[in-house]
Design a protein around this ligand. Structure first.
Ligand code: GLC
Length: 358
């Protein structure tokens, strides 16, 4: 079932072919080198894909590899490459690769070459399976508690990644940071996000970049996100885990939630709340003229299965109806969509996810 690498990047090759067309015209006209350079640069700029086209290509997706030993060199690594086939066959079109990169960076901010090679391999395989990769920097715990340290590391990370992938894997999207928040402020995040975007654009101008607002699921925070108006190749993202008491009931890592049980979801008020939240996000995105990506949502296994599946169906239906691409949290580990010990889908959860509108 292996497909040729970088196949899904086909539609993103327009910039290159536009450039080669420009080159031919220039040669025929005998234009000077300086003029040619100016023209090539402007073709590059004009060819910057817009975020809406990239959002359409994303479609339904799933989060992968966030807590997998693959980054350490395959020790304790339940995720197998063949699962990419299953993911594609189930109807998903993209994967959001959750990388906690900071722990693999040296003191000058360079990512360990072994980890870069592993990431290259993952991205190559994802594309070979006709899936779109989203590279999500997932060090949100660190960033939320140490904004200054986060600024330095995130800048180094995206500097390196944009140079490394410049001209490669054109279908891949970059997501600047998973869930900015905590002690970060809207102003400091706007400043950092704009600098990161600028850094990426210097070397990788056609890359689609995904940016979250502070405190991801709060629609009012999305309102405060300020990005360069001239950059149309950006997608806004948010995560939805409301009501937290329902989606995170029994979460062993949360003192507040670990003993919570039997919270159900699905009455009219619950559904209306979800619609109201999504309507608000849709409205803000419309005002900003940008597409939306629902990058995470899910319900822990501890919830009642009927409420869980009903919630997942509603979310995906509401997202599909708004033409938002989405990614379920997460393939394996907790909230699992796939049981790696039995190597099979958690089928009620898979069935609950509505892959297409209607
Ligand atoms: C969060 C995080 C993810 C976490 C999940 C469930 O939003 O992005 O790392 O495991 O949601 O709590």
């Amino acid at each position: 079932m292996s497909r040729p690498a970088y196949r899904s990047g086909k539609r993103r090759q327009d910039p290159a072919s536009a450039r080669s067309r420009a080159r031919r015209h220039l040669a025929a006209a005998g234009t000077s080198l300086a003029t040619a350079l100016v023209l090539l640069l402007s073709v590059g700029r004009a060819a910057l894909a817009d975020g809406f086209a990239a959002a359409v290509r994303l479609g339904p997706g799933v989060n992968i590899l966030g807590y997998d030993g693959i980054w350490e060199g395959h020790a304790d690594s339940p995720f197998k490459e063949r699962y990419l086939d299953l993911i594609r066959e189930a109807g998903f079109r993209h994967v959001r690769i959750n990388l906690h990169a900071f722990k693999y960076m040296d003191s000058s901010g360079d990512l360990n070459p072994l980890v870069v090679a592993r990431l290259d391999r993952v991205i190559d395989r994802v594309i070979a399976h006709d899936l779109v990769p989203v590279l999500d920097e997932h060090d949100f715990h660190f960033c939320q508690s140490n904004p200054a340290g986060c600024d330095a590391r995130l800048s180094a990370f995206w500097g390196q990644m944009s140079r490394h992938y410049s001209g490669k894997a054109p279908s891949m999207l970059f997501e600047l940071l998973n869930e900015p928040g905590g002690s970060m402020t809207a102003a400091s995040w706007n400043d950092l996000a704009q600098r990161l975007l600028g850094r990426i654009r210097e070397v990788d101008p056609a890359r689609t970049v995904i940016v979250a607002a502070l405190n991801t699921e709060s629609p009012t925070e999305l309102d405060k996100l300020v990005l360069p108006a001239s950059d149309r190749n950006v997608i806004l993202t948010f995560h939805y885990y409301k009501p937290f008491k329902f989606t995170h009931q029994g979460a062993p890592w949360s003192q507040k939630m670990s003993n919570v049980r039997n919270v159900v979801w699905g009455d009219d008020a619950d559904k209306q709340q979800l619609r109201t939240d999504f309507d608000r996000i849709e409205e803000i995105a419309r005002q900003q003229g940008r597409p939306v990506y629902l990058g995470e949502f899910g319900v822990l296994e501890t919830a009642d299965i009927n409420s869980r599946t009903s919630y997942l169906s509603w979310i995906t239906q509401e997202a599909n109806g708004r033409r938002w691409p989405w990614a379920y949290w997460q393939f394996d580990h907790d909230f699992a969509l796939f049981d790696t010990s039995k190597e099979r889908w958690v089928s009620p959860v898979l069935k609950a996810l509505k892959m297409h509108p209607g």
